[in-house]
Design a protein. Structure first.
Length: 279
């Protein structure tokens, strides 16, 4: 048996179980149910102040949802349809072409002449959901240093180009990725201020034919041309392959997070200064 309405306060809180139940039923029937004289259940309210309060609650709810929907629509209109960076880097040592689509679907297409580096670039594409095209030739008969470096420099430049003015993006990225016994944490900021802090401890000098010293050099080169602030923290690991691969996976996910759009920003630059540095 329902509680007599005369026991209700003249200004009952909407948390009243009876009022909440009635409001839910009214909303289910029509957004304007409480305004309609044709709805029989309205007659069970002898207190007009209660009806008025429920009407105001409903109007506020409708207005709030309408405003939120409009804000989402307006924010979505600020999102570019496609962010692509394309770079050609030619020196006496290497010939590198890179194309990155930040709004891709994770399609990898890498051929650098360094099989292990190709494998790592595939992780960048797959876990970042970027389309990554890298074609490179270089003096790998000497060693992999120049090709590794120039590929990273070109990727950083293409990333900077694709980001444009960075309006509306999250800007910050933070992700930890495990691979068996290895665990790597990546923290990054698309600030326009290049900085690398690398805490990797890789136990062997090589993985296959790849010199493991080149991992840090790869990220330093990428940071230099992209303007990234990047921190690489090794939480665990004793297998060189696992440590390096977990690093690229975590980097890909953190970069994906940072480059995605925050609709609540409505296309504004994610900085209290109103501008982000560009190299």
């Amino acid at each position: 048996m329902s509680t007599p309405l005369r026991s209700l306060s003249p200004f009952p809180a909407i948390s009243s179980p009876y009022a909440r139940k009635t409001l839910v039923k009214a909303r289910q029937q029509s957004s304007y149910a409480l305004f309609s004289e044709s709805v029989p259940r309205i007659r069970c309210f002898p207190n007009p102040k209660l009806i008025s309060r429920l009407n105001l609650e409903l109007m506020a709810s409708v207005n709030s949802h309408t405003t939120a929907a409009n804000n989402i629509t307006a924010g979505a209109q600020q999102i570019p349809s496609c962010r692509i960076g394309e770079v050609r880097r030619v020196t006496k040592e290497t010939n590198v072409r890179v194309k990155i689509n930040l709004d891709g679907s994770g399609i990898p297409d890498s051929s650098t002449g360094i099989p292990f580096l190709d494998h790592m670039l595939d992780q960048l594409a797959s876990h970042g959901l970027f389309d990554v095209y890298v074609k490179a030739s270089g003096d790998t008969h000497i060693d992999n240093h120049h090709t590794n470096e120039d590929v990273a420099l070109a990727i950083g430049t293409a990333l900077l180009q694709a980001l444009g003015d960075r309006k509306g993006i999250n800007r910050f990225g933070h992700f930890s990725a495990p691979l068996d016994e290895a665990a790597i944490e990546i923290i990054l900021d698309l600030s326009g201020r290049p900085h690398l802090s690398c805490g990797l401890i890789i136990p062997t000098e090589r993985v296959g034919t790849y010199d493991t010293q080149l991992v840090e050099h790869f990220f330093q080169s990428l940071v230099n041309t992209s303007g990234l602030t990047l921190h690489i923290c090794q939480l665990a690991g004793n297998n060189s392959h696992h440590i390096i691969e977990a690093t690229f996976k975590a980097f890909a996910r953190a970069l994906r997070q940072a480059t995605e759009f925050d609709l609540c920003r409505h296309g504004s630059i994610p900085s209290s200064k109103g501008v982000l540095s560009r190299l």
